[in-house]
Design a binder for this molecule. Structure first.
Ligand SMILES: [Zn+2]
Ligand SMILES: [Zn+2]
Length: 209
């Protein structure tokens, strides 16, 4: 950060938030009387992909916020659900697939100059800034924890054939490969080395000569 303006004001408060933008909630109409509650419903279109390498909420998709804001003595408590569609790549069969993610949120956003704000670090408890709440970092963290590190297109995905790599869902359950028993392999080798003893076709001479 550039030259500080003193310990009394935090640099981050200088950047004002637009309450209508994306995941930013305006709490001014809620007031600060502890116990006051407000329902909050909004559909937010993501401006970035949110998630993990192999599964995420795609950029430009809808995230449904179904939340309750509650004024408490130290700040605003957010509870509720966040739901969205996901796109992933199956770690077993490598096929793309779509799904849903829904998570429960419970987050406190501390008032400036509250005891909580004074006694915690920014990364421990979130803060209200200009009476607004920015849910984006909260949602990014929560989605990252909620989504599976090893996503599957279905819980019973049969994956790929270990022998030839074909997707088992396409190949069918009777797909398989003849695994040659080592003892038979030895016999087969013997047969090719001894023409005439392996059977009627083994080492047959060309009848034209
Ligand atoms: Zn799969
Ligand atoms: Zn195969």
């Amino acid at each position: 950060m550039s030259a500080g303006s003193g310990s009394a004001s935090r640099p981050r408060a200088a950047a004002r938030r637009n309450p209508d933008a994306f995941f930013v909630l305006d709490t001014r109409s809620l007031g600060r009387r502890p116990g006051t509650m407000q329902e909050f419903h909004r559909t937010v279109t993501t401006k970035d992909r949110i998630g993990l390498d192999l599964i995420a909420i795609p950029k430009g998709s809808d995230v449904e916020l179904d939340l309750r804001l509650q004024a408490v003595s130290e700040g605003v408590l957010i509870t509720g659900t966040v739901a969205a569609s996901t796109e992933g790549e199956c770690t077993r069969c490598l096929e793309p697939f779509t799904g849903e993610v829904e998570l429960d949120l419970t987050e406190l956003f501390a008032y400036p100059d509250s005891a909580t704000e004074q006694t915690t670090e920014d990364d421990e408890v979130h803060r209200l800034v200009d009476d607004t709440i920015d849910l984006e970092p909260v949602i990014i963290d929560a989605i990252g924890l909620e989504l599976p590190l090893q996503p599957l297109c279905s819980p019973d995905c049969a994956g790929l054939c270990a022998e030839c790599g074909v997707r088992m869902a396409i190949a069918g359950s009777d797909h398989g490969h003849e695994i040659l028993d080592p003892r038979w392999a030895g016999l087969a080798k013997f047969a090719t080395e001894s023409p005439g003893t392996g059977g009627p076709d083994a080492g047959a001479a060309d009848p034209d000569h």
